[in-house]
Write a protein that binds this ligand. Structure first.
Ligand code: ADP
Length: 505
């Protein structure tokens, strides 16, 4: 009995345990076959293990457990008649059935049925005690195996929830040491769970604010819980590849029996897109208010002055004033089209109307138009003879060249030569446009093509602009499967390069 109960209590796998119990019960009672039924979640009983019975015979014994009154689990119905029938049907000769209830804390969990081939003499008092002790041990072992299975399942469920969460999930102890780090977080940060676990979260994922100060070191909500009790932090993490990610973190403390937080489950949401959209909105508002207000106030000023009833303007003054109004209205129009264009490009809907474009002619026309706006700058075009036409959108490419020429003028306040030309490479043509202006620091060479990005220097601050021109240039060139980049150093002028395919296959 001791051996059996030891074997039973060390078995945590429920199926193996039921088998063990059944084999021992049949053995103890000198039976031929056995069956265990277990109580299900909906309180009904169902077979869970069998011994010595053909599997398809098991349903025939259903009346055994079907009619047990739930309020009196010890009352097993007399089914000897059915047993005889089942015996005949299955070819297993069974005469007597002994039922042992598996109960724990007055709760019935199921039954062990042991079938005997011949009705032997009834059990002695001692036999009954042994059987009862066995049934109790078996019930405890089953209970433990159930609990173990539940805990295991619960742990797996939790693991699956954490792993499959769309957000980053990290669990830290009260000393802020990382205990769990899910795959989403590894993917977002490029830091593997093996690297993160065991280290303090403020080292592994040191979040910074926009000014570059560490949020983790000064405003950690776990370390310094705020008065409002909201455990929330937000900050930027710079990955090893230089990409910045904005995180919004919520921390849920897990409280132990001493009313203290035993660990914190941190939910880390990637809000980079949201923050970018916020920044963009702010920039857009600033740009709109700055850039749109200037022409509007000039137009209003001129219109108001020209409309004064007490003044009698001569034709020349009227003409000049109206010319300014027209120019400023054109500027407004360009600005608005640029804004619309930029937001349309965002949605990825740039459509090209392709035709054969002969760039030397396109450049010449753009230069002719712009030459009228400056007498400080000289333009030179150096295209080789027999320069090929390329498939392109004439209007869009004119926009590109006009934008680049405009910049060359705008950012060369002391004038100089603006040169453009091209060469033919294997499958592409390469075009350059250079100026002798203020130049662009290397660190800005990529960023100037971003939407609204302007280099922070004295001249840019003074020169009108929205930071959209080069963004549009890049979008148009890329829509042509081309490339655009810049070579420049501060004080040494800038050269913009464009490469476009000769054939659009
Ligand atoms: P905008 O001229 O309206 O500011 P762009 O997108 O055309 O916007 O240019 C982005 C930034 O790149 C400019 O603000 C300027 O700082 C810089 N830039 C562009 N072209 C030149 C150039 N030819 N020389 C120097 N800086 C330039």
């Amino acid at each position: 009995m001791l051996q059996i109960s030891q074997a039973m209590s060390s078995q945590l796998n429920l199926n193996d345990l039921l088998k063990l119990i059944l084999e021992n019960a049949v053995d103890l009672l000198g039976g031929q076959a056995g069956l265990i039924v277990m109580r299900q979640d909906n309180d009904t009983l169902a077979p869970a293990a069998s011994f010595g019975l053909p599997r398809n015979a098991v349903p025939l014994f259903e009346p055994l457990w079907k009619d047990i009154p739930p309020d009196n689990p010890e009352a097993i119905p007399d089914i000897s008649l059915r047993l005889a029938l089942a015996s005949r049907a299955t070819g297993v000769s069974l005469r007597q059935v002994v039922a042992l209830p598996l109960s724990i804390e007055a709760q019935n969990r199921g039954y062990i049925f042991v079938f005997r081939a011949r009705g032997s003499a009834s059990f002695t008092v001692n036999d009954n005690q042994v059987l009862r002790a066995f049934a109790n041990q078996a019930a405890i072992a089953v209970h433990n195996a159930y609990l173990y299975r539940q805990v295991t399942m619960e742990r797996e469920r939790l693991h699956a929830i954490i792993e499959n969460s769309g957000d980053g999930v990290m669990i830290i102890n009260p000393f802020r040491i990382i205990k769990t780090w899910n795959t989403t977080l590894s993917n977002l940060t490029g830091i593997s769970a093996a690297e993160a676990i065991g280290s303090p979260c403020y080292d592994v994922l040191n979040l910074k604010n926009k000014q570059g100060d560490s949020v983790c070191h000064t405003q950690c909500p776990v370390f310094n819980p705020p008065a409002n009790g909201q455990l929330y932090a937000e900050g930027y993490y710079e990955r090893r590849d230089g990409v910045k990610i904005a995180f919004a973190n919520n921390y849920a403390p897990q409280i132990d029996e001493n009313n203290e937080a035993s660990q914190y489950i941190a939910n880390l949401r990637d809000v980079t897109r949201l923050r970018e959209a916020d920044d963009l909105k702010e920039t857009l508002l600033a740009v709109i208010s700055h850039e749109l207000k200037t022409p509007v106030s000039i137009i209003k000023g001129y219109a108001g002055t020209l409309a004064r009833e007490d003044a009698n303007w001569d034709r020349q003054t009227l003409h000049d004033g109206l010319h300014v109004i027209e120019e400023e209205a054109d500027r407004l129009n360009t600005l608005i089209s640029n804004f619309l264009e930029a937001s349309r490009l965002q949605a990825g809907t740039l459509k090209l109307h392709l035709s054969e474009v002969y760039l030397p002619e396109l450049f010449q026309r753009a230069v002719n138009t712009l030459q009228a706006t400056t007498n400080q700058h000289r333009f030179e075009l150096h295209f080789p003879p027999r320069f090929p036409s390329i498939p392109g959108d004439y209007e869009r490419l004119t926009e590109v060249v006009t934008n680049l020429l405009n910049n060359a003028i705008k950012y060369s306040p002391d004038g100089g030569v603006v040169k453009a030309g091209g060469e033919v490479l294997q499958k592409v043509i390469r075009v350059y446009l250079s100026d002798e202006g203020i130049g662009i620091p290397t660190s800005e060479h990529e960023r100037i093509f971003e939407r609204f990005h302007r280099v922070d220097n004295g001249l840019t601050r003074k020169a009108p602009g929205t930071g959209l021109g080069l963004f549009l240039v890049k979008a148009v060139i890329e829509a042509h499967d081309g490339l655009v980049w810049v070579d420049s150093k501060p004080g040494e002028g800038s050269t913009f390069w464009i490469e476009l395919p000769v054939n659009n296959e």
